[in-house]
Design a protein around this ligand. Structure first.
Ligand code: SF4
Ligand code: FES
Length: 576
């Protein structure tokens, strides 16, 4: 196998890696700005310089020439080179800033150049705290500034499009943003204008940067030149915690991080998963953060004398038990949910089966033509595939309406959906029969017809599994706490100092921002027990184990195999 020597240490390599990427994969840090593994390599920031040499070989024998100490004689390239663009070769010898004063000096000088016209507005810049320019200047840069002139002024607070703002003077001209629009999203909406120290990215005159993936340039901009209009000045990075998860705007299951401060979700950013979304996230996946904070219900409610009244959870369960117990099981319509996890839908199926009802059906939320064949799908729910694999299929609206008219449906149990807003039936159609509703929002139109309202934890507050349209089973972790119930969510949330509960780096102190809701995987067994059924209280992990043991299309799926990046069910032997 070919080998390369980096800082006097030999490494074997395969294929034709670029030197910078190879070092990054090894954990050998090399400072860089313009390189991005998913983009072409312009090598224009000059920050990743290294010294590169090859052993001298005898022309006749091909043998490596050695010096008196037996060490190979190295012919160093006359100038330093950019490691991002160098193809590795057998025998290559590399000196980084760790072993070369020349490289160390070059990095320092280069940073001095980059900083000449870059404003030192870190205290008010959104990128501060996770800015490569800030970090690398701290680690590799000059100690102070020798610059004594006025900095070049570039346009500030330029609204490039509905979601992205440019602060031109911060741009270091790495061209990552323009390469993204040219090579990845292919919208070609950004280009670099002006020359030399005056250049910055811009749209064509009169054009708007409004492509559906525009916010990815904010993530890849190594400085704070491109910022989110939505998130600008909302929070500093060190005030926030983030939890790995997936987006629930459509069926792709793109990996993301939910960022939380004060127990409110404030932004959603991509999490690298090369099998699903690589490094990217559509704007529509990011724009939904308010739905995790606004119009959230406060505790369970039961309809009494025509009006919904707040009651404690036990009283709500007792009322559900009373209502369901008063009708024939076969006359209960159970509606599962493509918004809810596999675990929650599975438990609903179990409850339906124990009461003698048919398997639940789910309301599809499909917008034909909305998909783009990439990270946006026609299906606007995250778990239709998980429902299908559980034997929960799309509901037949005609049949439901006919059965309602014929009086064949005596109760409706809705898991995490809104049949009235979806047009499955009108509130008046179910006025005279019990309706039990697990809901996320007070805007749910079915509340008008509900007899019991059970606020359900959303994806950012629960633990569970979703199956993407491509058959990847992926688990989610809680990003924020919910009020007073199961506060560590069965050990899935770390204990932190400020209030003893939450993700390891949480920064919330405001108890009033905690929603009074429960995960459906906790409510459904409690309801089953209140009806005298044998249903153990189990963690989502244990529920998933039961799913994998009882349903062939989930065979082999468990939280270990899913890990942080999910698992393709077909690859672990699950039947389709
Ligand atoms: S705006 Fe950011 S990503 Fe675009 S060229 Fe400037 S520094 Fe690079
Ligand atoms: S990362 Fe190599 S030149 Fe920019």
């Amino acid at each position: 196998m070919p080998t390369i020597t980096i800082d006097n240490k030999e490494y074997a390599f395969q294929g034709q890696p670029k030197l910078l990427q190879f070092c990054l994969d090894l954990g050998v840090e090399l400072p860089h700005f313009c390189y991005h593994p998913a983009l072409s390599i312009p090598a224009n920031c000059r920050q990743c310089l290294v010294e590169v040499g090859m052993p001298v070989r005898d022309r006749e024998t091909g043998e490596i020439t050695r010096n008196d100490d037996g060490e190979p004689v190295i012919r160093w390239m006359p100038k330093m080179t950019t490691s991002c663009s160098v193809d590795m070769a057998d025998g290559m010898v590399v000196r980084t800033h760790r072993t070369s004063e020349q490289v160390e000096r070059a990095q320092k000088d280069n940073l001095e150049f980059l900083l000449i016209n870059h404003p030192l507005d870190c205290p008010i810049c959104d990128q501060a705290g996770h800015c490569p320019l800030q970090n690398q200047t701290y680690k590799y840069g000059p100690e102070g500034s020798r610059f004594e002139f006025l900095k070049v002024q570039k346009p500030k607070k330029v609204v490039l499009g509905p979601r992205v703002m440019l602060d031109g003077e911060r741009c270091i001209n790495c061209t990552r943003c323009t390469r993204f629009t040219d090579e990845v999203s292919k919208s070609h909406q950004l280009t670099i204008i002006e020359r030399g120290v005056k250049n910055y990215p811009m749209t064509a005159p009169g054009e708007v940067f409004d492509e559906p993936y525009s916010m990815n340039v904010i993530d890849i901009c190594p400085v704070g030149a491109l910022t989110s209009i939505d998130f600008r000045f909302r929070a500093r990075i060190w005030e926030m915690s983030s939890a790995p998860s997936i987006t629930v705007t459509n069926a792709k299951g793109a990996n993301c991080s939910y960022w939380v401060r004060d127990n409110l979700v404030l932004r959603i950013t991509p999490r690298t998963n090369l099998d699903i979304n690589e490094y990217w996230l559509p704007d529509e996946d990011r724009a939904v953060w308010p739905r995790f904070n606004e119009h959230r219900p406060e505790g369970s409610q039961v309809r009494m004398a025509g009006a919904l009244k707040s009651v404690d959870w036990e009283a709500a369960y007792a009322r559900v038990s009373e209502l369901l117990g008063s009708v024939e099981g076969s006359n209960i319509l159970f509606l599962g949910s493509p918004y809810a996890t596999v675990e929650d839908n599975y438990l609903l199926g179990k409850l339906a089966a124990s009461l003698g009802a048919s398997a639940p059906a789910y309301i599809p939320h499909v917008e034909p033509g909305a998909g783009d064949g990439w990270l946006i799908t026609d299906d606007k729910t995250p778990n239709a595939e998980g429902c299908r694999r559980l034997g929960i299929h799309p509901v037949d609206p005609e049949l439901v309406r006919a059965r309602l008219e014929a009086g064949e449906i005596a109760a409706v149990y809705v898991l995490e959906d809104d049949p009235v807003a979806s047009g499955l039936f009108q509130a008046a159609d179910v006025q005279d029969i019990p309706v039990i509703l697990h809901t996320y929002h007070t805007t749910n139109e079915t509340i008008a017809a509900a007899d019991v309202v059970l606020p359900a934890a959303m994806v950012v507050e629960t633990v569970g599994t979703y199956v993407s349209v491509d058959g990847y089973a992926q688990r989610v972790w809680p990003a924020k706490a919910i009020r007073g119930v199961n506060r560590t969510l069965r050990m899935e949330m770390g204990i932190s100092r400020p209030d003893s509960h939450g993700t390891p780096f949480d920064r919330w102190h405001n108890e009033s921002n905690q929603v009074n809701c429960k995960p459906s995987w906790e409510m459904l067994p409690a309801i089953a027990r209140s009806m005298g059924l044998q249903e153990e209280d189990a963690s989502p992990k244990a529920i998933m184990q039961e799913v994998a043991q009882t349903i062939g299309s989930f065979e082999g799926a468990d939280y270990e195999s899913m890990g942080a990046h999910g698992v393709r069910l077909a690859e672990i032997g699950a039947t389709v």
